[in-house]
Design a protein around this ligand. Structure first.
Ligand code: AMP
Ligand code: ZN
Ligand code: FE
Ligand code: FE
Length: 278
């Protein structure tokens, strides 16, 4: 069998449930040749993942998933091998994380009207992580209101819920330019995810390509198959590389590590152009 690589995983440094080192061990046990750690808006897990991957004898690619928006629509941008010290990038990520923190506190305030939740304990339980709705889901699950994260999302945390508060996101075009400027490789994450009302617009993707987008994550467990044909056609005409990955969140989501993967050619093509080598 040819070498397979999972290019999209989340650890406890954001909203996954495995440590970066545990993901490396899990990936090796599954027979994956390598993986990228792509926690939300942080590079904090890279060193731990890199060391554990070396011990486990598999390849590692540092990455992150940046919270961005285009025309008021939430858009996730994967970025590989970027320099985390880049000042513009650091400032943008800092602003995103601060907003995520403030937004989580506001959502807890709204939730606390109907649920017995308290901000201090949510904060304490998630110190050092990029905070997101999954952590609010965990608090609701721990307090006995819901059975798991997915039910908490469906019932109380979705964007239409009265407890929902939006969070700051970097403009996608600006984020793509920042990633390139920081020596990284930008890939549009799950552009046909079923949770969206419609896939990312083709015109928007053309703008992203002009700004430096390199790849598009068309092979993702949450992409809707019936939305893919025009995106696949556009990827081909624009010369975008199609990537595959699981978006693993440990036990926090149904996505299984390695359920979607990229091949050696994609992996090497990213490694050859990144600023931060594994
Ligand atoms: P946020 O970052 O606060 O906007 O929350 C979105 C994050 O929650 C994304 O990383 C999703 O992968 C994750 N998420 C979305 N739906 C679910 C779900 N049903 N169960 C667990 N995690 C989810
Ligand atoms: Zn996540
Ligand atoms: Fe995402
Ligand atoms: Fe993700």
């Amino acid at each position: 069998m040819s070498a397979r690589y999972d290019l999209h995983t989340h650890s406890l440094r954001s909203d996954g449930t495995s440590t970066p080192a545990e993901i490396a061990v899990e990936a090796a046990a599954l027979g994956l040749a390598g993986f990228a750690l792509t926690d939300h808006d942080t590079a904090d897990g890279w060193d731990e993942a890199r060391e554990a991957a070396a011990v486990a004898g598999i390849d590692f690619l540092p990455g992150m998933e940046i919270t961005t928006k285009h025309d008021w629509r939430s858009t996730h941008l994967l970025a590989y091998g970027l320099d985390p010290q880049h000042p513009g990038l650091q400032a943008a990520l800092e602003r995103v994380r601060t907003s995520r923190h403030d937004r989580a506190r506001e959502m807890v305030t709204l939730l606390a009207v109907d649920f017995d939740l308290d901000w201090e304990s949510v904060l304490l339980a998630n110190a050092g992580r990029t905070v997101g709705r999954p952590h609010l889901a965990d608090a609701l699950v721990d307090a006995g209101f819901y059975a798991d994260r997915s039910i908490a999302f469906a019932e109380a945390l979705h964007p239409g819920s009265p407890y929902y508060v939006p969070t700051y996101a970097v403009d996608t075009v600006d984020a793509i330019r920042l990633v390139r400027d920081a020596g990284g490789v930008p890939v549009l994450a799950h552009p046909a995810a079923s949770r969206m009302r419609r896939p990312v617009d083709l015109g928007a993707i053309e703008e992203f390509v002009s700004a430096g987008l390199w790849g598009i994550e068309l092979d993702h467990p949450e992409n809707r198959d019936d939305w893919l044909p025009p995106l696949t056609e556009l990827a081909e005409s624009q010369g975008l590389v199609i990537t595959g990955a699981s978006d693993y969140h440990g036990t926090g989501k149904p996505n299984r590590l390695g359920e979607r993967t990229s091949d050696e050619a994609v992996w090497q093509a990213i490694r050859e152009q990144v600023a931060v080598t594994p």
